[in-house]
Design a protein around this ligand. Structure first.
Ligand code: AMP
Length: 459
């Protein structure tokens, strides 16, 4: 092969930090996406879809110039066709608020919205940290009280419960308003100046631009100094304190456990008052699964009317990992029935039977020849097994002679007589009867991850 041809035939690989989600993970992604959608709907949140690309200025203004995201993580580029400065969205709140202001969506009153989709941050790829990742988030726009903060937190709790997740814990804090933060900030800078010898390079750089973020440091050498720093909670005035107390009261009344973490500040500049994080995972590998808080000033920063608001975003990949750790993904079942056939007549009848079964709401995979020639029943049955189907239907010469189909229960114990001949016109009723019967017998309560028939309802 010539060098030129070799170069042409070289495999092109995906980009580092941008992952393929493979079909074997599809069931657990669907479980999370469908459960989240159902929970968000049940609280009255409506879906909004905003573009993946926005003007760079939107994020620079909204997120704050001295944040990790804006400083070093944004995928920004110039549109070669018209010179526009654009950015792949690193998060969705800025885009949602931009859209709400642009379309006056809160003109008639507050709005509860949610979104789901990919985000992009140029971070160093590692476990749980990717360059393209997915978030599902909610934004409650035009609500000023602590009640909506509590609602969003309780919505998350319901989602963890519905997913069957264990050991996810809640941390909350209040970071006050701009004036309270300014007073705290002056004292904080003075404190850091007194301890300048302990500050690492990142902290030195942020000392005057964003000292609050220094509290978030993971550097062990700075922990003692940071623990003793002035606490923002001590600077809150009456209204901010009342807001925080209001939130705690609702959570306590509803028995939602939380801890107050006075160092919780979160990454974006637009947050004020309530901030919260949900943390989970195996001991030693705990991660923030979901973060949120109040962002009362953001609408005005985007030219809108004052619109106090609160929201959260959860990291889909991190939740998927936890779901897999805690639930086990089981055999991926992606169909109810697999139809195997041999011979031209059988192939024609198999097509008609597959359509009839799909018409009753069953999911059906029809064997199609992998290459020009057909394949043996044995090879087809192997595919049927791999598909996770509950039943295989075999159509061969013998079956067709009697106007029947062989129906084999693939998930029944080997010892049982699990194959029987069923008249062709009765196949649908027979399968539905079997599946409904099995659901009654095996309420596995596995949150849909198991390979049993209960994960596939007849729609
Ligand atoms: P944030 O928008 O930074 O508040 O992040 C909200 C959630 O998104 C985090 O708690 C993570 O679960 C998830 N997340 C943020 N950045 C990444 C990333 N680079 N890779 C994977 N998940 C992420």
């Amino acid at each position: 092969m010539t060098e030129d041809k070799k170069a042409k035939n070289k495999k092109i690989l995906g980009i580092k930090g941008l992952n393929d989600v493979l079909p074997e993970d599809a069931p657990v992604w669907e479980l999370l996406e469908n459960t989240a959608e159902a929970v968000l709907k049940s609280y009255g949140y409506q879906r909004i879809r905003t573009p993946i690309v926005e003007e760079t200025a939107l994020f620079a203004r909204g997120l704050g110039a001295v944040t990790d995201i804006v400083e070093k993580e944004m995928y920004s580029f110039e549109d070669a066709l018209n010179g526009d400065r654009l950015t792949l969205r690193p998060e969705s709140t800025a885009g949602v608020v931009r859209a709400v202001v642009e379309h006056s969506l809160t003109y008639n009153g507050p709005k509860r919205l949610w979104y789901s989709g990919p985000m992009f941050r140029h971070e160093r790829p590692q476990r749980g940290r990717y360059r393209q990742f997915h978030q599902i988030g909610a934004e409650a726009l035009g609500f000023g009280g602590p009640d909506i903060d509590a609602e969003l937190i309780m919505l998350c709790q319901r989602l963890w419960d519905d997913l069957g997740l264990q050991g996810v814990r809640l941390e909350i804090n209040s970071i006050g308003n701009a004036e309270e933060r300014n007073r705290h900030r002056a004292d904080l800078i003075a404190w850091f100046e007194q301890n300048r010898d302990v500050l690492d390079a990142d902290a030195q750089r942020r000392l005057y631009a964003n000292p609050l973020r220094i509290l978030d440091t993971k550097n062990p050498a700075m922990q003692e100094m940071v623990n003793a720093a002035p606490k923002l909670l001590d600077y809150l005035d009456r209204d901010s304190l009342a807001h925080f107390e209001g939130l705690k009261k609702i959570l306590e009344y509803n028995r939602i456990p939380f801890t107050i973490n006075p160092r919780l500040v979160r990454g974006m500049d637009y947050y004020n008052r309530t901030v919260f994080e949900w943390i989970g995972g195996k001991a030693g590998a705990m991660a923030t699964l979901c973060g949120g808080g109040r962002y009362d000033p953001l609408f005005e920063m985007f030219g809108g009317r004052p619109t106090p608001s609160c929201g959260f975003a959860l990291g889909v990949e991190r939740l998927i990992e936890l779901l897999k750790e805690q639930g086990g993904a089981g055999v991926a079942q992606y169909t109810d029935v697999f139809i195997a056939h041999q011979g031209e007549d059988a192939m024609l009848q198999a097509f008609a039977l597959a359509e009839a079964l799909r018409g009753t709401g069953l999911d059906v995979i029809l064997h199609c020849a992998p290459a020009a020639s057909g394949s043996s029943f044995k090879a087809q049955m192997k595919r049927a097994d791999e598909s996770g189907a509950t039943f295989a239907i075999l159509l061969g010469e013998d079956e067709l002679k009697g106007g029947k189909a062989s129906v084999k229960a693939l998930r029944a114990p080997e010892t049982e007589n699990n194959q029987r001949l069923v008249p062709m016109e009765q196949v649908a009723d027979y399968l539905i009867g079997q599946i409904i019967g099995a659901e009654d017998e095996h309420p596995c309560g596995c949150s849909g991850l198991c390979s049993g028939p209960s994960s596939h309802g007849i729609h």
